[in-house]
Design a protein. Structure first.
Length: 103
C-alpha cells in the first residue's frame, strides 16, 4: 500500500484521473457562442478603461526601493548593538528615504 504514496506512482495514477474529470467537466459545460459579450472585458457592468492607471514601472520601483531601503536598513540596525554611530546611521537612512521620495 505504501507504493501508492510514492510520487512517481501517484503521478501516473492522477494523470488519468484528472483527464477523466476534465472530460466530464467539458461534456457538462454548455456550448459557448462567440459574441460581443464573450470577447469583452468584464468590469462589473462598467465600461473598461481605455488608458493605464499608472503607465510604466516607475511608481512601482519607487515604492519597492522605499521598502527595500527601510526594511534592510532596520534589519542592519536591529542586528547590531546600540552604539554611538547608530543615530548617524538612522539619520543617513532617513536622508536616503527623503531623497527617494522627493525624486
Amino acid at each position: 500500500m505504501d507504493i501508492l504514496l510514492s510520487p512517481p506512482i501517484a503521478l501516473l495514477l492522477y494523470i488519468p484521473l484528472v483527464a477523466a474529470i476534465a472530460l466530464i467537466g467539458r461534456s457538462m459545460a454548455g456550448s459557448g457562442k462567440a459574441g460581443f459579450m464573450k470577447r469583452s472585458i468584464y468590469g462589473s457592468g462598467e465600461k473598461a478603461q481605455t488608458q493605464l492607471a499608472a503607465p510604466g514601472y516607475r511608481p512601482f520601483f519607487l515604492v519597492a526601493f522605499f521598502f527595500a531601503i527601510l526594511h534592510l536598513g532596520m534589519l542592519v540596525l536591529g542586528s547590531g548593538s546600540l552604539e554611538t554611530i547608530s543615530p548617524i546611521y538612522v539619520l543617513g537612512l532617513l536622508l536616503a528615504l527623503v531623497a527617494l521620495i522627493l525624486g
